[in-house]
Design a protein around this ligand. Structure first.
Ligand code: CU
Length: 158
């Protein structure tokens, strides 16, 4: 048989280790998304409110609602806003828009990425490719009243 000997061709994997302090140059091959886990609870708080990121990296944000109240009364999401968006105005505009996860249709252009709403015990997620330019991105929970109660945070990309 021609195939009596096995030839293994090993593709050489080159692992490039970028120093943690590496500044602006974020170019190169797309890397796997980095997972960031958050929780939301019945006191309307995220457990993580600042997410440090590198410009150009892809974040996979996973939110778990660790509370126990019924979803109709207490649900959480993560909505990342375009820089410059007035987060208070954004969330109050959406308060009556239950069918669109409390995001006003007129405000949709200010959303860079969003999860759906998670009720008690549920997990929701989003993928966000951080733009190459260093910036900070507010994220909010759009469930009525939650932003005012402090349910918001920031992705700091630098
Ligand atoms: Cu919430």
């Amino acid at each position: 048989m021609m195939l009596s000997s096995t030839i293994c061709l090993l593709a050489s994997l080159v692992v490039v280790v970028v120093p943690a302090t590496s500044p602006s140059q974020a170019g190169g091959a797309a890397k796997a998304a980095r997972t960031v886990n958050l929780t939301g609870n019945d006191t309307m708080k995220y457990d993580v409110t600042t997410i440090q990121a590198k410009p150009g990296e892809t974040l996979h944000i996973v939110l778990k609602n660790v509370g126990s109240m019924p979803k109709i009364a207490m649900a959480h999401n993560v909505v990342i806003l375009k820089p410059g968006t007035d987060a208070a105005a954004f969330t109050s505009a959406g308060m009556t828009n239950r069918d669109t996860d409390f995001i006003a249709p007129a405000q949709k252009a200010n959303v860079l990425a969003a999860t759906t709403l998670a009720g008690a015990g549920e997990t929701v997620e989003l993928t966000f490719k951080v733009p190459a330019k260093p910036a900070s991105y507010d994220f909010v929970c759009t469930f009525p009243g939650h932003f005012a109660a402090g349910m918001h945070g920031q992705i700091v990309a630098k």
